[in-house]
Write a protein that binds this ligand. Structure first.
Ligand SMILES: [Fe+2]
Length: 403
């Protein structure tokens, strides 16, 4: 049998397939644009449940201003706070029960990815009977939402997950050692209202973690088997903005132009991942995050160079394009370009003070097979190389201490 060249293999993996593309019905982007919130809500109803969790938002007074603006527009507002971190099944159940009592017409979520995900879960579950578990994939009954979710306006306060335009709500189910999603295209928020000014107070560490989550999402969606021409354009533009601005936003959080680039990169990463899927960094990060208390963006970041190394044999042309986009040049030699991307990613991680391994995570050797199995979630399907269990175990061993 003739040996397939790397170029021919890549061409076959990435040949154009039929695709569909869904995103928020409306995207409003720009500094100061949060002022549009009262009008956006008032055109959809009179009673609004505002989901938040961000204490820094409360401290800065931004939350009070948003609530006051909604009240001044004559809207009945009920503020509900989730617990810090990813929403859990019980946590979502409690917030949904409170929201059902209030009977809102509209959901507004203001916060990081977890808060926006909680907003999606509440928007989906308030009009539908039953519990969270009834609708959860994998560990629950996986029922379909019969009724349309409530209108949902999502305002991100981090620049990372792109949750404002994705169709799933990630829920922690630590008792099962996994994360699972409520997933439905109708859970994409109705309006993504992205105001980069809301990210100005994000501390450097969270700026790095969330920015690297967005970056990993852009890279994985670009080299995903399910990439399509629309997501390709979004990913390249997002990667260009990350290359230009993530280091600046990390060093000087008050630099609005850099914050704008990162908010846009995060938005583009969400649009891309919702339609092209992700890869092994997100697959393994979900398994580690389900078992250990590690920030999602940090887990993605430490995994990314290893995942790129794994995928180089199949995706080096695409990786060379990403390197060229980040560095503003063209790599005619694909192999050189792909290596350049990996070096560039490592340099970026170093500049953002990301350690090579997840600090404080110790994994017993006999836990490895379980983690490998848990890595085979939805994300893994986009990965260009179909990894063996040994290759997944090697990824895990590369980023945690195995004892
Ligand atoms: Fe992510």
């Amino acid at each position: 049998m003739p040996v397939e060249t790397a170029g021919a293999l890549e061409k076959r993996v990435f040949e154009m397939n039929p695709f569909e593309f869904s995103t928020a019905r409306r995207i409003i982007f720009g500094s100061g644009k949060r002022e549009a919130l009262p009008e956006l809500v008032a055109s959809r109803g009179k009673r609004v449940t505002l989901i938040t969790g961000a204490t820094s938002l409360k401290r800065s007074g931004a939350l009070t201003k948003l609530v006051d603006a909604l009240s001044a527009r004559g809207l009945a507002v009920r503020v509900l706070s989730g617990v810090p971190g990813e929403p859990t099944i019980d946590g979502v159940g409690a917030v949904v029960a409170q929201a059902r009592k209030f009977a809102p017409d509209v959901i507004v979520s203001v916060g990081g990815g977890s808060v926006l995900d909680l907003g999606k879960a509440v928007a989906g579950l308030v009009p539908n009977p039953g519990t969270v578990l009834d609708y959860l994939e994998g560990i629950g009954a996986g029922k379909k939402l019969e009724q349309e979710p409530l209108p949902h306006v999502a305002l991100p306060t981090t620049a990372g997950t792109g949750s404002e335009v994705t169709k799933n709500a990630v829920l922690g189910a630590r008792m099962y050692g996994v994360k699972r999603s409520l997933r439905d295209p109708r859970l994409i928020p109705t309006v993504a209202l992205v105001d980069p000014e809301l990210t100005l107070t994000l501390p450097p560490k969270q700026t790095a973690h969330s920015g690297l989550d967005a970056f990993t999402q852009l890279v994985e969606a670009y080299i995903s088997r399910r990439a399509n021409p629309l997501t390709d354009g979004l990913c390249l533009e997002g990667v260009r903005r990350v290359g230009k601005s993530l280091r600046i936003a990390f060093r000087d959080g008050s630099n609005l132009a850099a914050r704008e680039d990162m908010s846009l990169a995060a938005l583009l990463s969400g649009m891309a991942l919702a339609n092209a899927g992700l890869g092994a960094a997100h697959g393994v990060a979900a398994a580690l995050g389900g078992r250990y208390n590690v920030p999602h963006g940090l887990a993605c970041a430490v995994l990314l160079p290893h995942v790129l190394e794994l995928n180089r044999s199949v995706a080096e042309g695409r990786m060379a394009e990403l390197a060229g986009t980040m560095l503003g040049r063209v790599y005619v030699n694909r192999s050189e370009g792909a290596k350049r991307l990996i070096a560039e990613v490592k340099g970026l991680l170093e500049d953002l003070e990301i350690p090579p391994k997840l600090p404080g995570v110790r994994v017993e050797r006999d836990e490895l097979p379980g983690l490998v199995k848990a890595s085979w979630g939805n994300s893994m399907r986009g990965n260009p190389v179909e990894p063996s269990d040994e290759q997944i175990a090697a990824l895990i061993e590369a980023v945690v201490e195995v004892v």
